[in-house]
Design a protein around this ligand. Sequence first.
Ligand code: CUA
Length: 195
Amino acid sequence: MSNDDNQHDFPDEAHALKGSSDHLHIDPLEKKWIYVALGLIGVFVATILYTAFAKHVHPPGEMETIDSARLHLSEEFAEDNLGVVTQADGSVKVTLVAARYGFYPREIRIPAGQPITFRIASADVLHGIHVPMTNMATMVVPGYVSTVTTTFPKPGEYPMLCNEYCGMGHDHMWSKVTVVSRESWQAGNTQTQGR
Ligand code: CUA
């Protein structure tokens, strides 16, 4: 070791590294993996943007609280007010209560091809709503109202499943969603006023 080295207190190897870092030497293999990592980050960000803007997948917007133990006393989630309602402006609103072990009412009928707003509250524990093959999915956290607006493109019968473990009956917690074409929805509406 030279005097110089001792003064700066660098071991030989560190000294060599310092010299090479002047023009930032990166191993070619390392460089390749940096590009792979950056590329992956790019893919993830693109996926988030694509699902948000093209597929309309959003986290719940506003936070709304409710007393889960007193749903039956609330106006909106009282038993008589649950179900599908066509509002004055023609939009369709579905009010549901998730409770062990089902979504109430157990069967709903809604039109295809137009936005449906779901308002869901839990009467007991944490549940999750998932309608397979659609983008209808949300958590139903006790104490909060979950609001989701989505469109079902195709008529058909869909199961509405619980996808958060909520107890022994979790596997059996599901309800039925019947999506009808716009024409038969409008035809049915003139007779039944949207119920
Ligand atoms: Cu409700 Cu699982």
